[in-house]
Design a binder for this molecule. Structure first.
Ligand code: F0G
Length: 460
């Protein structure tokens, strides 16, 4: 088989500069050793997130010119609505400015304090939206999903036995709905099988509990099902996506992922009473029902982007880029979560930097080393993001210390990936010199975004 090439050529370029090692050291110091504070121009390769960082196609840019900016009844909304209905089959379709706005409306309208919402794994904004209204957001990932090194095709699956036990324990009155996140970002971008979605739905239906999809990466998940699950090889990604949505009663979506746009989201459902609630909240929070916090041109770009994300060539190429990186890491014995996810590679910082104890944040050590060595921006998913303090104020580390290299869509080429591997190689060779960090300032919530660090230079 020949090389899987980028199924596009480049028409517009954006300058990318590798600033000097001295400049990088100064920039990181200015940023209090927290990559969230870096200026993006100072990042040669920015792998902080795959959210809203993709490149749009000529068809999307052309569609933007068709954007009708009327407050109500715009044809751009109708094109957006038709596309989403074509994919999801849902009756009611509401645009939102991001995925988290859809989550906020869902939490605000359909849950009560003391309710329980199970999910295979909640994304942090989903969890935050539920916890904010007093809902217990439960993660019920399957057992394979908890083992970093274990290779299985669908490590993002819901643990159905645990879901059944949760329903017994809390009772269906306390569970307004359950969720499945495709792909499972929090567990390493791992996919969920069709069988698992079907079985989850069957169990929920028995108890009359609706199923809501967090559909951010539904097209990537459809690709994994086509490649890995029996019976789907000859189906198109659109057909697979339709089947996924057919088991759901509603969905939240960040169009910044598989919508292939820089901003946008949606909230969809079948039930008329739910739709009524969503509509009222949408008008109050986001905007009128035919634009929901977006410009008409954004709706147009998303309508085109959603269909492009379902093109097989595009998904095949995208997956090949992540696999390419994974193979290079294997060849160098660089530890990462296996198998590789759909949108990112998750480096295992604990195995990479065994000399740094968890509460000296090996993930920060590794993320900062990648920046210092090559200007690569990544993000820690370890004890800074997921650690917690107990009632006595004692800090407890997270079980995993990961660093995510998220791959923006249609942005970087093979030589960029080769460069990333060279930087990783150099960092690996010099890893004994990498230090841990201490936190010098931290906020109460979501500390990873804004806390300040300093290197611990006096390790013995
Ligand atoms: N759900 C999942 C699974 C996500 O990954 C995200 C965003 C959201 C919901 C929220 O969507 O950003 O449009 O409000 N994930 C990004 C990330 C930020 O970097 O993984 P949003």
């Amino acid at each position: 088989m020949k090389t899987i090439i980028e199924p596009f050529r480049i028409k517009v370029t954006e300058p990318l500069k590798v600033i000097s090692a001295e400049e990088r050291a100064a920039a990181l110091k200015m940023a209090h050793y927290n990559v969230f504070y870096l200026n993006s121009e100072d990042c040669a390769i920015d792998l902080l997130t795959d959210s809203g960082t993709g490149a749009m196609s000529t068809k999307q840019w052309a569609a933007m010119m068709l954007g009708d900016e009327s407050y109500a009844g715009s044809p751009s909304f109708r094109r957006f609505e038709q596309t989403i209905r074509n994919i999801t089959g849902m009756k009611h379709i509401f645009p939102t400015h991001q995925g988290r706005a859809a989550e906020g409306i869902l939490a605000m309208t359909r849950t009560h304090k003391g309710d329980v919402v199970p999910n295979n794994s909640h994304f942090d904004t989903t969890r935050a939206n539920f916890e904010f209204v007093g809902v217990n957001a439960l993660d019920l990932i399957c057992d394979e999903g908890l083992d970093n090194a274990y290779v299985a095709p669908f490590k993002g699956n819901m643990n159905i036995a645990a879901l059944e036990q949760t329903i017994q324990q809390y009772g269906k009155e306390k569970i307004p709905f359950a969720m499945i996140t495709v792909t499972n970002n929090t567990s390493g971008g791992q996919p969920v099988s069709m069988q698992n979605i079907r079985e989850t739905k069957a169990l929920l239906e028995k108890h009359n509990i609706p199923l809501i999809l967090d559909a951010c990466r539904f097209a990537e998940n459809a690709y994994f099902i086509k490649e890995r699950e029996a019976g789907y090889k000859d189906k198109s990604l659109l057909e697979i996506a339709r089947e996924i949505f057919s088991y759901a009663d509603g969905a939240t979506m960040s169009l910044k992922k598989d919508g292939l746009v820089n901003i946008g989201g949606f909230l969809v459902c079948n039930d008329d009473a739910w739709a009524e609630d969503f509509q009222n909240a949408l008008i109050m929070r986001e905007g009128f029902i035919t634009y929901g916090g977006l410009a008409g041109r954004d709706l147009e770009a998303a309508a085109v982007g959603l269909m492009e994300a379902l093109e097989y060539d595009y998904q095949q190429y995208r997956h090949a880029t992540v696999e390419y990186l994974a193979h290079a890491l294997d060849a160098r014995h660089i530890p990462y979560v296996k198998p590789v996810g759909g949108h990112a590679v998750f480096l295992d910082a604990k195995a990479f930097l065994p000399h740094i104890p968890p509460l000296q944040y090996p993930g920060i050590g590794l993320a900062n080393a990648l920046y210092l060595d090559g200007g690569i921006r990544s993000v820690e998913l370890g004890s800074v993001m997921f650690g917690h303090f107990d009632a006595a104020g004692v800090e407890h580390p997270s079980p995993l210390e990961l660093v995510r290299l998220a791959i923006p869509r249609r942005v970087y080429t093979q030589s960029h990936f080769d460069y990333i591997v060279e930087v990783l190689d150099a960092v690996l060779r010099g890893r004994d010199k990498i230090t841990g960090y201490r936190i010098t300032r931290q906020p109460k919530f979501l500390r990873h975004f804004t806390c300040h660090f300093e290197p611990i230079t006096n390790i013995t």
